[in-house]
Design a protein around this ligand. Structure first.
Ligand code: TNX
Length: 544
């Protein structure tokens, strides 16, 4: 801890130090009102596990000589938090934390705010209390007296994981939810399908996972080397797995955003059901990286297939938003297809690209009829995005213009510009870095993202809902490698999304240096600021 500010990540809004401290010991009490009981249960489990103490849960008026953490939902938030709102309401995520001789008191307008107060409290405690069992015996813990008023700048603070290129076990997703929420991130976007694999159980189409979840082999080394590893890869999440993930996420105030990428990036589905394709050719699940030319055909039966899949997806995932991709969809097969050309004629379209706009409108209707809202990558704008669609702006050069254009058209936007947010890029061009798709996004670069596009017209800033990092996993095959790519860059993104606009890199770097002890206690295979450890450099070559 520094002289002036405890090393919190992300940086809180206002923090005042006070003399003295709060003290806790075996028998401590978490005194929660009715709105905070879920958060109290979680905090009691976490602190009880880390200390080995009996941590008692009690009603709001309880006292204790062993220290009390008081949790209270109080005050009004300015918007409709949770429920049917598409985005978490940043005003509802505010909290106030006071630590003094009487203990710690956290008040917030919603349970989410109380939860974020408890994440700060965990950072105010020694890092070893982040462990899942005691690492030393302690008779007491002190929290320095402090008064914090805090709340997010943006409602959307996201983390994306591509589980299609490489499958990651359910336990890893649960760990990511812990880590995201510890950093006050509140969206976990799962890229569940792609050319190289289909990862979600769909009862009406069992071959999607019997066939589409497995590929014969993958590229070895960088894809430009044209080598293959001759090793099958695959896996998928059952509906029960996904229900567990959603429930766990809800407990941690994380919204799961499922993505079923269409009408491109669909080769795994076409390999499962060849009638979905344009050529009738029997394809296998794609064994290359990059973009497959094989995309969905636009027959009524295929549109129905997409609707059926989205029906089951909306049964599994409770959130209002469903991502349908829409990125990188080659139109070569449609141009060569008499059936697609005939459809263009019927619809009065002059370019094949417009077929994608027509397709997106069809799936948007399915989602609307289920009370859901469509999210798409910024390419959906090119062909005309349906009203109400949320746009995720990613392309290096186009992202900022796409964001402006989307906002002008009344779309909400999430900023995920690749040169700051694509954590599949390496950290540096140091040859010790594990193989990555591209160089390089340093922690400092990730920290420098300003999500609000410059020169956004008057009144449009409200459409910019926040920022998100993405981990594409063509080159990331293990959970330790994934953790390395995320951390500590995700800490920087968390601060970009949560904290005020000002950036102070030396201050962040200093806080991050202490924060690493927390990541270590949480068992994260983070990248040290000084560069990769010897084993980390070799993460990739193990596969070659
Ligand atoms: C672009 S971002 C993609 C992904 C790749 C990624 C690699 C986006 C919408 N599409 O399919 O995995 O680049 O960095």
């Amino acid at each position: 801890m520094s002289e002036t500010t405890p090393d919190l990540v992300p940086r809180p809004g206002a923090l005042r130090r006070r003399p003295g401290h709060a003290q806790f010991s075996d028998g401590m009490v978490i005194a929660a009102d009715a709105g905070s009981t879920g958060v109290a249960d979680l905090l009691a489990c976490e602190l009880g596990a880390a200390t080995g103490w009996h941590v008692e849960k009690a009603g709001p008026d309880a006292g204790s000589t062993h220290g009390v953490v008081r949790l209270q939902v109080a005050g009004r938030s300015s918007g409709a938090a949770g429920g049917s709102a598409p985005f978490p309401d940043p005003a509802g995520e505010n909290y106030r934390l006071v630590a003094d001789e009487n203990g710690v008191k956290i008040t917030a307008p919603t349970a989410a705010g109380v939860f974020y107060g408890t994440r700060t409290l965990r950072q105010l405690m020694p890092a070893d209390l982040l462990r899942r069992a005691p690492s030393s015996s302690r008779s007491s813990v002190e929290v320095e007296a402090v008064e914090i008023e805090d709340g997010p700048r943006f409602g959307w603070r996201g983390m994306g994981l591509d589980v299609a290129r490489h499958f990651f076990p359910k336990e890893f997703i649960l760990k990511l939810i812990d880590l995201a929420s510890f950093h006050k991130l509140n969206v976990l976007h799962l890229h569940l399908t792609d050319d190289q694999g289909w990862r979600v159980q769909v009862d009406r189409y069992p071959l999607l996972t019997e066939v589409g979840a497995w590929r014969r082999e993958s590229p070895a080394g960088h894809y430009s080397e044209h080598r293959k590893d001759a090793t099958p890869h695959g896996g998928f999440y059952s509906k029960a797995d996904l229900a567990e993930i959603c429930a766990y996420a809800a407990r941690h105030f994380v919204n799961i955003l499922p993505e079923i990428d269409m009408p491109g990036h669909m080769q795994a589905a076409i390999a499962s059901y060849p009638e979905l394709g344009n050529t009738g050719e029997k394809l296998e699940v794609f064994t290359d990286w990059g973009i497959s030319d094989h995309v969905l055909n636009l027959e009524p039966a295929t549109v129905k297939f997409c609707g059926d899949v989205l029906d089951e997806v909306t049964d599994i995932f409770p959130g209002r938003l469903v991502h349908v991709g829409g990125d990188e969809c080659p139109t070569t097969e449609w141009e060569a297809s008499p059936r697609a050309r005939e459809l263009m004629g019927r619809l009065g379209l002059s370019e094949a690209r417009q077929l994608q706009g027509w397709f997106t409108a069809q799936v948007s209707e399915v989602l609307s009829s289920r009370g859901r809202q469509l999210v798409g990558w910024n390419e959906v704008l090119e062909a005309g995005a349906p009203a109400g669609a949320v746009v995720m702006a990613w392309q290096e050069h186009e992202a900022w213009d796409a964001a402006k254009q989307a906002a002008q058209l009344g779309h909400d936007v999430v900023m995920a510009p690749e040169a700051w947010c694509y954590f599949d890029w390496s950290y540096s061009d140091d040859p010790r870095e594990p193989l990555a798709i591209r160089p390089a996004i340093s922690v400092e670069k990730a920290y420098s993202l300003e999500p609000m596009p410059a020169d956004l017209g008057d009144g449009l800033a409200r459409h910019v809902t926040g920022a998100q990092c993405q981990l594409w996993t063509e080159y990331v095959t293990t959970t330790t490698h994934a953790e390395y790519m995320y951390f500590p860059r995700a800490c920087a993104l968390a601060e970009v999304g949560w904290s005020s606009k000002e950036r102070d890199w030396p201050d962040f770097e200093r806080r991050l240096a202490s924060h690493m002890a927390r990541l270590a206690a949480l068992g994260v295979a983070y990248r040290p600021l000084s560069g990769p450890l010897p084993g980390q450099s070799r993460i990739w070559s193990q596969k070659c």
